[in-house]
Design a protein around this ligand. Structure first.
Ligand code: C5P
Length: 205
């Protein structure tokens, strides 16, 4: 069984994917982390994320970068979005994601192109979204909780820029797949969003 969870930044897809993993007893891959690892590694190598050759060279990252705390920052999210426009970078990460998806017993993957490119034959597909304002507020609260000084206006601007780049790129743009169900979490508590996600997946299985 493969469950695909796609959606824009801070939509709640990661939290929902993890909860689905617990509910169905399946392993979960946050595919954004792979693109974030490429973004952070290009930075560490002193490369230019907009140059395809530099970004491709950074795809050879070691697994230790996947536990780097900087990976979760909005700055690295933005770098990830810049490296992910290059087709060769996406190509370099496809096999790893497909291997995870097709492991015996099944898997859940969350990202931007799981139901459209990585696993178009997934047994269940959900597209999680929320308004830009709600997503920025979530990042704001996360920032405060981590002891930072987040700025709402720049969070809104970052999220909008990332949405535009992810939706308008030539290769595997963020879009809802055919057969996917939409889950708008703008007005939902986490608990409600998880319940609805389980109901949508159950109905598709
Ligand atoms: O989901 P997350 O915010 O961690 O993703 C970071 C960036 O990685 C996204 O903005 C997107 O550009 C890219 N990404 C992608 N395809 C995926 C997952 C993430 O292009 N499957």
């Amino acid at each position: 069984m493969i469950i695909a969870v796609d959606g824009p930044a801070a939509s709640g897809k990661g939290t929902i994917a993890k909860a689905l993993g617990r509910h169905y007893g399946l392993p979960v891959l946050d595919t954004g982390l792979l693109y974030r690892a490429v973004g952070l590694s290009v930075l560490k190598q002193g490369g230019d994320p907009d140059l395809e050759a530099d970004a491709l060279a950074a795809c050879d990252f070691g697994d230790d970068i996947l536990t780097d705390p900087a990976l979760r920052s909005e700055a690295v999210g933005s770098l990830a979005s810049r490296v992910s426009v290059h087709q060769s970078v996406r190509q370099a990460l496809v096999q790893r994601q497909r291997d995870f998806a097709t492991q015996p017993g099944g898997a859940i993957l969350d990202g931007r192109d799981i139901a459209t490119v990585i696993a178009p034959d997934a047994d269940a597909k959900i597209f999680v979204t929320a308004s830009v304002h709600v997503r920025a507020e979530r990042r704001y609260r996360d920032g405060l909780a981590q002891g930072g000084h987040p700025d709402m206006d720049s969070l809104i601007a970052d999220i909008q820029a990332r949405d535009i780049r992810d939706m308008s790129r030539d290769h595997a743009p963020l879009k809802m797949a055919e057969g996917a169900d939409l889950l708008d979490t703008s007005d939902l508590t986490i608990e409600r969003a998880i319940q609805q996600a389980i109901a949508l997946v159950d109905a598709q299985l």
